[in-house]
Design a protein around this ligand. Structure first.
Ligand code: HAS
Length: 552
C-alpha cells in the first residue's frame, strides 16, 4: 500500500497563511525590483538603451521602491509574525483580523504607488526628495503602506503583552521580544516620514500649497531613513542570535547580551539622521557633530553582535572537537544552505560595516557623499548581509509554513544561488566602491554624461557593474524558482522551524528589559535631544519655500 506523507505546518494554519501572504508579495517585488536592477547596470555600461519607453530614473524608482521598501517590509513582517506565532503561540481571531487589515492596506498601497511609477507620474526615486513632486496617488499609496505596517506592529505588540499576561513573571520569548523592539523603532521612525508626506508633500501635490521647505522634508525623511536601514538589519540579527545557533547544533550564547544589543539599537538608531545630511547647508555643524557621535554609538551593538556570534561558533566548534581560536571554521555545516547564506552575509558585513563607519566620519563623508561608493555600501549591507540572511531564512521558513520539505536537491540549488549572488555582488559592489572613490556620481544615467572626457575613466567600472548585475539577475531567477518550488511543489512533509535554546552557562536575564516605559522614554528623550534645537533653528531660519517641481 502506498504510504501518504502528511503535510505538517510548523505553526497554526491561519498564522502560516498570513505569513505566506507576505512572502508572495515580497518575492514578487524581488522579481520586479531585481529585473530593474539589471536594466540599470546595463544602461550605465553605455552599451544598452532601456526598452519599452521607460526611462532610467523611472526604472531606478521601481528598483528602490520594490527592493528597499516592498520586499523588505513584507518579508520582515511575515517573518516576525511567523517567529512570534512559533515562540509565543498562535494569534487570536481579533489579532489575525488586525494583521490581515494591515496586510491588505499595505498591498493596496503598493499597487497604487507602483501604478503611478509605471505611468511615469512618480519618477522621484525611493527617497522622493523635494522639490520633486509626484502624483498625489504615489503619496497616498505610501501612507497606506505605512499605516498598514503599523496595524501589523500593533498585532505583534498585542500578542507579546497577551503572552506576558498568560505567563506572569516569566522571561518573554526572545524572538517575540526582538520583534517588538524592531517594530517599536519602526513605529517611532515612520512618524517622521508620515508627517512629511501628510503635511508637506500631499498638500503640495494636490495643489493646496505652492511651495515646500526642502530642508524640513529632508530632515524628516532622514529621521526615518536611518532607522529604516536598521529595520532591515534587526530581523537578520534575530536570525543570527536565535536561529543560527540551532542550525549549527549549538546554543544561544547569552540572552541578556542579545536583548541588550536590541535595546541599544532602539535607543541609538533614530537620533542619527544628520549623518545622511553632513554636506547639507542649513544644519548647525555642532548638531551634525552630536549626531556623528551618536552614530558611532550605534556601531557598538553591532560589535556586540559580532562578539556574540564568534562566541557561539567557537563554543560549538569546541564541542565538536575544534581546537584554537578558529578551530570552529572546519566544524560548521558548510553544506547546509540555511547556515551558508546568512554566514556569508555576516562575513560581508565586516567590510560593509567598515564602509558605514567611513561614511559617518565627517571628513571622509565629504569624499564619498553622493558618489556611487554609497550605492556600493548599501549593496554590501542591505543587498548582501540582509538579503542573504533573508534568503537563508526563506529556505526553511517557506517549506515549514507550507508543510513541505527542503530537499537535498533544493538545498544544493540554494548553495549555488548563494555563490552566484555573492560573486555578482562582490563584482558589482566592489566596482561601485572604486568608481565612487574616483568621483563617479550615484543616481546618474549614462546618457547624462556620455561623451564627457573626464567621465570616460569610469568606463571599466561601469562595465564591471553590468557584469555583476547580470550575475545577480541570474541569482535572482534561481531564488525565485526555489521559492516557487518550496511554496508549491516540494514534497509534502514537516520542515523544522529552528529556534535555539539558551546555553546553560548563560546568566539570568534582568527583568529591566521588559520595562517598555523606560526604553521608549529614553528613546524619545534622545530624539528630543538630537533634534529639537536644530529643528527649531531650521524652521526659524528657513529661506522662502521652493516651488514644487511637478513630475506628472
Ligand atoms: Fe549605512 C548610507 C553609515 C550600516 C544602508 N546606508 C546608507 C544608505 C543605505 C544604507 C541604504 O554615516 C544610503 C541611503 C541613501 O539612499 O542615501 N551605515 C552607516 C553606519 C553603519 C551602517 C555607521 N547601512 C548600514 C546597514 C544598512 C545600511 C546595516 C542596511 C541594512 N550609511 C552610513 C552613512 C550613510 C549611509 C553615514 C550616508 C552616506 C552619504 O553620505 O550619503 C553601521 O551600523 C555599521 C556597523 C556594522 C559593523 C559590522 C559588525 C559586523 C558583524 C558581522 C560579524 C561577522 C561574523 C562572521 C561573526 C561594525 C556583526 C565572521 C567570520 C569570519 C570567518 C571572519
Amino acid at each position: 500500500m502506498k504510504k501518504t506523507i502528511k503535510s505538517v505546518r510548523s505553526i497554526a494554519t491561519p498564522d502560516a497563511k498570513l505569513a505566506m501572504a507576505h512572502m508572495y508579495v515580497a518575492f514578487a517585488a524581488l522579481f520586479i525590483g531585481a529585473t530593474c536592477g539589471l536594466l540599470q547596470t546595463l544602461e550605465r555600461s553605455g552599451k544598452f538603451t532601456i526598452p519599452g519607453g521607460f526611462n532610467y530614473y523611472q526604472i531606478l524608482t521601481v528598483h528602490g521602491v520594490m527592493l528597499g521598501l516592498v520586499l523588505t517590509t513584507f518579508f520582515i513582517l511575515g517573518f516576525m509574525l511567523a517567529a512570534q506565532s512559533k515562540t509565543a503561540g498562535s494569534y487570536s481571531k481579533g489579532e489575525l483580523r488586525l494583521a490581515w487589515t494591515g496586510f491588505w492596506m499595505m498591498t493596496v498601497g503598493v499597487v497604487v504607488t507602483s501604478y503611478f511609477i509605471l505611468i511615469n507620474k512618480a519618477t522621484v526615486l525611493y527617497t522622493f526628495y523635494a522639490p520633486m513632486m509626484a502624483h498625489p496617488g504615489f503619496y497616498i499609496g505610501l501612507v497606506l503602506v505605512i499605516v498598514g505596517s503599523w496595524l501589523i506592529g500593533f498585532t505583534v505588540f498585542k500578542r507579546h503583552s497577551r503572552w506576558r499576561k498568560e505567563n506572569p513573571g516569566k522571561k518573554t520569548p526572545l524572538l517575540s521580544y526582538m520583534a517588538v523592539i524592531t517594530l517599536v523603532m519602526w513605529q517611532i521612525a515612520t512618524l517622521g516620514v508620515a508627517a512629511s508626506v501628510l503635511i508637506q508633500f500631499l498638500p503640495m501635490s494636490l495643489g493646496i500649497t505652492e511651495t515646500i521647505d526642502v530642508l524640513v522634508s529632508r530632515t524628516l525623511f532622514w529621521y526615518f531613513g536611518h532607522p529604516l536601514v536598521y529595520f532591515w538589519l534587526l530581523p537578520a540579527y534575530m536570525a543570527w542570535y536565535a536561529i543560527i545557533p540551532k542550525i549549527i547544533g549549538g546554543k544561544i550564547f547569552s540572552d541578556t547580551l542579545a536583548r541588550l544589543s536590541f535595546v541599544l539599537l532602539l535607543l541609538f538608531s533614530i537620533p542619527v539622521g544628520f549623518h545622511h545630511q553632513l554636506t547639507e547647508p542649513g544644519i548647525d555643524p555642532f548638531w551634525k557633530y552630536i549626531q556623528v557621535i551618536l552614530t558611532m554609538l550605534v556601531v557598538i551593538p553591532s560589535l556586540m553582535t559580532a562578539f556574540s556570534l564568534f562566541a557561539t561558533f567557537e563554543a560549538r566548534g569546541r564541542e565538536l572537537g575544534g581546537k584554537g581560536l578558529f578551530g570552529w571554521v572546519k566544524k560548521m555545516p558548510w553544506k547546509d544552505v540555511r547556515f551558508l547564506a546568512p554566514f556569508i552575509g555576516m562575513v560581508l558585513f565586516i567590510p560593509g560595516g567598515a564602509g558605514g563607519i567611513i561614511n559617518a566620519s565627517n571628513q571622509m563623508n565629504q569624499v564619498v557623499h553622493n558618489t556611487i561608493w554609497v550605492t556600493g555600501h548599501f549593496h554590501l549591507t542591505a543587498a548582501t548581509t540582509v538579503i542573504l540572511t533573508f534568503f537563508g531564512i526563506a529556505y526553511w521558513l517557506i517549506p515549514s509554513l507550507t508543510g513541505r520539505k527542503l530537499t537535498a536537491s533544493l538545498n544544493r540549488w540554494g548553495i549555488i544561488q548563494t555563490i552566484v549572488w555573492t560573486v555578482g555582488m562582490l563584482i558589482m559592489s566592489g566596482a561601485m566602491h572604486w568608481q565612487g572613490l574616483l568621483g563617479g556620481p550615484r543616481r546618474s544615467a549614462y546618457s547624462e554624461y556620455a561623451g564627457n572626457a573626464d567621465t570616460m575613466a569610469w568606463g571599466p567600472y561601469q562595465m564591471a557593474q553590468a557584469v555583476g548585475g547580470t550575475i545577480l539577475f541570474i541569482g535572482m531567477v534561481i531564488m525565485i524558482v526555489i521559492f516557487i518550488r518550496l511554496a508549491f511543489f516540494a514534497p509534502k512533509g514537516e520542515e523544522e522551524f529552528p529556534v535555539a535554546t539558551l546555553s546553560h552557562d548563560a546568566g539570568e536575564t534582568p527583568k529591566v528589559f521588559e520595562n517598555w516605559k523606560l526604553w521608549i522614554g529614553i528613546t524619545l528623550l534622545l530624539i528630543l535631544f538630537a533634534y529639537t534645537i536644530p529643528f527649531i533653528d531650521i524652521i526659524q531660519n528657513a529661506p522662502p519655500g521652493s516651488p514644487g517641481f511637478k513630475l506628472y
